[in-house]
Design a protein around this ligand. Sequence first.
Ligand code: AMP
Length: 215
Amino acid sequence: MRLILLGPPGGGKGTVAKELEEEFNIPIISTGVILREEIERKTRLGKKVQNIMSKGRLVPDEVIIEIIRERIKREDCKKGYIFDGFPRNIEQAEFLEELNRELGKYIDYVFYFEIPFPKVIERLTNRRVCKKCNTNYNLLFNLPQKDNICDICGGELYQRDDDKKETIKNRLKVFTEQTLPLKKYYQEKNLLAKVDANCNRNALFLEIKKILGGL
Ligand code: AMP
């Protein structure tokens, strides 16, 4: 099963991706997580993208394309994958289509996470992420049991650089201009399923599972 989770930052894609990964035993491919790991490891790529990401802009397509081309061919993707944060623009979507054509594969579903921007801003400013396993928490509605410690792996929680208010505004502008056109793109390919992301995570996951049940 090959899935794309599409929607604004803070819409709950990362959280749903984790649940889908557990339920269907297919890996999450999150370009944001991969890039943040590069920054953490202070690699050449990490140094190249750090400034771009802290401003909330998109990393150049050729960087993303290289990451995806390499990642998608690994053994664990044989049964499928969940894209979180990719594709981010039409060019990336066209690249994916071409790559899948080469590999004889196809995307099963693109889930579009519908959620109003004010809600997204509230969620992002209160988001905390585990440094070790990338699980998301929220200071308003999904607190860890112990302050600043991940319930799952005991890792330390932190606030992402780009979850600060000034950067969030820019990320939403980038989303509207570059990523939102993908909604129409996938609608026209009959792959889009809109889901209500302005609700609790259980309800959202159930909605997605119900749609996938039809596969
Ligand atoms: P995310 O974790 O998906 O919110 O991504 C965090 C940041 O990583 C974005 O604001 C971009 O700077 C960069 N990024 C992640 N995925 C992509 C992508 N597919 N294309 C370009 N930039 C990306």
